[in-house]
Write a protein that binds this ligand. Structure first.
Ligand SMILES: [Zn+2]
Length: 108
């Protein structure tokens, strides 16, 4: 399992971006999320995260709506919601070494 808790007490899930770096995402998918994590792999080592362009997200959601299916879920990089992200960046304390090294490096 690759879920954990941020020192800010949020539950996060780790996934690898396309460049192979582990990044934390909010465990709960959000409306404004723009990162697809291959669902079967959420919570597992090696889960892959891909940033989805806004236009593509809208197209995917519109297609799901037309098909009467629930929209696919997308995630938000935890560093954009973490109240302690700046703290991490500076000191690296309170989190794992991996977290300290990867906050602030969300793929574009
Ligand atoms: Zn946090």
């Amino acid at each position: 399992m690759n879920r954990s808790k941020c020192p800010c007490s949020a539950e996060i899930v780790w996934a690898q971006s396309v460049n192979g770096k582990a990044q934390p995402f909010d465990l709960v998918p959000a409306e404004r999320g723009n990162v697809a994590i291959f669902e079967d792999l959420v919570g597992f080592e090696g889960a892959q995260a891909r940033v989805v362009p806004r236009a593509t997200l809208e197209a995917i959601r519109a297609a799901a709506k037309r098909a009467g299916e629930p929209p696919p879920q997308h995630y938000v990089a935890h560093h954009s919601t973490c109240p302690r992200a700046a703290e991490f960046h500076r000191s690296g304390t309170g989190g794992s070494a991996t977290a300290a090294g990867t906050f602030g490096e969300a793929p574009k």
